[in-house]
Ligand binder design. Structure first.
Ligand code: SF4
Ligand code: SF4
Length: 219
């Protein structure tokens, strides 16, 4: 999932200076799961902004996904009625909103962070850098690029102690310990006998923005 965290209230207030009619628009997918931009967060933020009293009219809505055009239909009226929309979706959702409503001021209410997994209640761990050349099959389902602090592809750096990463032994598991343990359990340690060539980052870094073009899905 894409993780995000809500912007500080002061920053949100500064962005919205001069707005009289505001719609706060939540997203029911990733940002709901990471407690940054779902229905509950929309309601809490709306209450806080009402208490501050600088915006005359605040309405609330949450759609299933802001990165998917079809879900905007149900809130078109609310968006058109507002001076501005504060989106609590990830950066992709905010940009789709701006594209569908080119005349509308849109503002991001969250900072989008990374692709991650829940570690425990309230904690998320970056788990994929969307490198475009996935090697999880060879590494037992543990990503050395995202999970190793040095993104090493051919074994540990030598600084690992008791399965912890030398970069921060308190909080980071050594990815290479995890990879070794997984492959040992799967009986696939031979995966590590061949040198891994550098990752092909060409689809990740060969110009921005990246595109995914599925010709078989074209109309
Ligand atoms: S190898 Fe690349 S695509 Fe696969 S999990 Fe790691 S960063 Fe993501
Ligand atoms: S200790 Fe492990 S996770 Fe940390 S940088 Fe070295 S190999 Fe990577």
């Amino acid at each position: 999932m894409i993780t995000a965290e809500q912007k500080p209230l002061e920053e949100i207030q500064q962005m919205l200076a001069g707005v009289d009619k505001l719609l706060i628009l939540g997203c029911g997918t990733c940002v709901t799961v990471c407690l940054a931009g779902g229905e509950k967060e929309v309601a809490t933020l709306a209450d806080l902004l009402r208490l501050k009293g600088s915006i005359d009219q605040i309405t609330e809505a949450t759609i299933e996904r802001q990165c998917d055009q079809e879900f905007f239909e149900e809130v078109t009226r609310k968006i058109e009625d507002a001076d501005a929309v504060l989106s609590l979706a990830c950066g992709a959702g905010v940009q789709l909103l701006a594209r569908i409503f080119p005349e509308k001021c849109v503002y991001p209410g969250v900072n989008t962070r990374f692709i991650g997994l829940v570690e425990e209640q309230g904690k998320w761990l970056e788990s994929c850098l969307a490198c475009g050349d996935c090697k999880l099959g060879k590494f037992g389902g543990v990503c050395p690029i995202a999970r190793c602090s040095k993104s090493l592809l051919n074994g540990p750096c030598g600084g690992s102690i008791d399965g912890k990463c030398e970069v921060d032994p308190e909080t980071i598991d050594c990815a290479w310990q995890l990879i070794y343990d997984r492959l040992a359990k799967l009986g696939q340690l031979e995966n590590l006998t061949e040198i891994e060539e550098p990752n092909d980052f060409s689809t990740a870094h060969d110009g921005r923005p990246r595109r995914l073009d599925r010709a078989d899905m074209h109309l």
